[in-house]
Design a protein around this ligand. Structure first.
Ligand code: SAM
Length: 432
């Protein structure tokens, strides 16, 4: 690792006091790595093909060894059973305190680690709206959503101010995981050290305050706003929160009782450094004052349902079925007007009408549970690897669209025809 900038080292000495020598010593060691379990697809960490150790920052968060290689190419990663995520980064969603049925906005969401946690906690209830202002990063977000089988969600690429003003008071909880100077990434990404400067820290703080001010609009009365960064600096963390509260008297600090990280001067915030066994994160929880208005529910609209879905599912998935340009989407119920919000996907892309037939999508199967599907083909260790390479395989299912499972988790699909499964695993996702 390159030498720490002197000015940064001075600030860390002030922040960590007697713990600074421990931090300094840790800078020459390897970074912490972790995974979060995706409960939409898996409910037991013991099925994973590597050692895990529980981490304190999130109920379904685990450390994994630095030596573990090729995790992103394991069948259970393709299946969406877990997300590779730095352990301390999981703390922000713990502070968000997700409850089933909540409407949640993840405003700076790509590549999607925290959104994956939120979706796992929501367990197919409520709504997750994940936004990423940088267009090409929002595509990575979408592809992670499909892998993780997240269906009750909207993915957008919109400027935070436009999005949050249009969705005024709509969300129970809003997460702002802001772009930052990345001081907590120094071990993982030495470029962050070279790019560090005092001016960069201060300009990040201005941008963070502006994003947080936008986010404030989208929180409903009585709702929660969580702010997080992967940096240590006072200006980007406590400084931003204090300035935000002075500009937004309708928000207040929300005390935290979570038992991890180091205390900060704010009762609503926690900081995790390598001394506390995470790479580096800061998270603060705020509350918008007032009472939340009572809920209004809209009815499910079920039109445009192709008959082919009845051949795939015992019971077809819930949602609003909508056809746009011959493509079928199953949208979450009760979503606001999407116009002008840069929406890339609402719900799941279920498939396409081609001439007179309906071709289901990979995302449709990835978001389903095996017990809801009529034809399921379970593959072993060798056969799943062949499947992920795009090869055909034997199938003992009847003719028709068939879910492929590995260790009980849907990993893709194919079409059975006379004892053979034609592979439908998307070409762009296949193992090399
Ligand atoms: N929450 C993500 C996760 O868990 O995978 C990581 C988010 S990352 C720390 C911050 C994100 O904010 C980046 O994807 C970046 O493109 C985005 N961003 C950059 N400038 C922004 C701005 N002005 N407003 C909102 N988001 C911005």
């Amino acid at each position: 690792m390159p030498k720490l900038p002197d000015e940064f080292a001075e600030e860390m000495k002030q922040l960590l006091a007697k713990d600074y020598p421990i931090y300094e010593q840790l800078t020459s060691q390897e970074a912490f790595r972790g995974i979060s379990l995706n409960r939409l697809k898996a409910d037991n960490v013991n099925i994973l093909p590597f050692e895990t150790e529980k981490c304190p920052f999130y109920k379904d968060g685990y450390y994994i060894s630095c030596d573990e290689k090729g995790i992103g190419n394991t069948p259970l990663h393709h299946a969406g059973a877990f997300y590779v995520q730095e352990p301390s980064a999981m703390s922000a969603v713990t502070l968000l305190d997700v409850r089933k049925g909540d409407k949640i906005l993840d405003l700076c969401a790509a590549p999607g680690g925290k959104s994956a946690q939120i979706a796992s906690c929501l367990a197919n209830t409520g709504l997750l709206w994940s936004n990423e202002v940088v267009k090409n990063r929002s595509q990575i977000l979408l592809s992670n959503f499909e892998r993780m089988g997240i269906s009750k969600a909207v993915v957008s690429s919109c400027h935070p101010d436009i999005l949050c003003k249009k969705l005024q008071g709509y969300f129970d909880r809003v997460l702002v995981d802001a772009p930052c100077s990345g001081e907590g990434m120094f071990r993982k990404n030495p470029d962050a050290i070279r790019e560090w400067s005092r001016e960069h820290v201060l300009s990040c703080a201005e941008r963070q305050l502006s994003i947080l001010n936008s986010a404030a609009h989208a929180v409903k009365n009585g709702g929660t706003l969580v702010y997080s960064t992967c940096t240590f600096s006072y200006e980007e963390n406590e400084g931003v929160i204090k300035r935000f509260l002075s500009q937004n008297p309708d928000f207040e600090m929300c005390g935290i009782s979570e038992h991890f990280g180091r205390k900060t001067e704010l009762p609503c915030a926690v900081r995790i450094t390598p001394v506390e066994n995470g790479e580096g994160h800061f998270a603060a929880r705020l509350r918008k004052k007032g009472e939340s208005p009572s809920e209004t529910f809209r009815k499910t609209i079920k039109n445009d349902i192709p008959k082919e879905l009845e051949d795939i599912f015992y019971e077809i998935p819930e949602g609003n079925y909508t056809v746009i340009n011959d493509k079928l989407y199953i949208m979450p119920e009760d979503i606001p007007d999407l116009k002008g919000l840069g929406v890339i996907r609402a719900g799941i892309f279920a498939g396409e009408f081609i001439k007179n037939r309906f071709e289901p999508s990979h995302a449709l199967f990835m978001s389903a549970k095996p017990e809801h599907i009529r034809r399921v083909l379970a593959l072993d260790d060798d056969k799943i690897k062949e499947f992920l390479h795009g090869m055909e395989t034997d199938s003992d299912c009847s003719n028709g669209y068939t879910a492929v499972t590995y260790k009980g988790i849907i990993t893709g699909f194919g079409k059975t025809s006379n004892g053979r499964l034609k592979n439908k695993y998307p070409k762009g996702l296949r193992s090399k």
